[in-house]
Structures are given as C-alpha cells and as structure tokens.
Design a binder for this molecule. Structure first.
Ligand code: ZN
Length: 70
C-alpha cells in the first residue's frame, strides 16, 4: 500500500513527493547523489528524524516508484 500522491524529479538528483498522511498531505523533498540519500525534508509533524516517509538510504525515486504511485 502506498500513499504517495505525486512523485517527480524536480531537477537532476532532486526528488519531490506528496504523501497522504494521517494529518494531511506532506511534501517530501530528497536529494541524492545517485546512489544514496542526501539532504531531505518532510513537512509532516513527526518527531522522528528521519521520519517514516523518508526512504532508507536508497535511491528515493526508484524506491518510491517500486512501491507504486498509488
Ligand atoms: Zn514525514
């Protein structure tokens, strides 16, 4: 099950996704060097860092795409 509403590569190696969570739609931004996760942010109110919406050390795009956009 995936709650990703939208996923796009906004610029080379920079990904932006919208995620339907329990408290609304969150915007997730992740940069990658092509192999591993780089800088990231998520607009959800989670106290965890990184929160559960951030793919773990994988290429964000391929990981999210593997899960399917919905
Ligand atoms: Zn989050």
């Amino acid at each position: 099950m995936s709650d990703i509403l939208d996923l796009r590569e906004t610029s080379p190696n920079h990904w932006q996704a919208k995620y339907q969570g329990n408290y609304g739609v969150y915007t997730i931004k992740i940069a990658t060097d092509g192999k591993r996760r780089g800088e990231f942010s998520c607009s959800c109110p989670s106290d965890y860092y990184p929160c559960k919406h951030i793919p773990d050390e994988k290429i964000p795009g391929s990981a999210a795409l593997a899960a399917g956009p919905g």
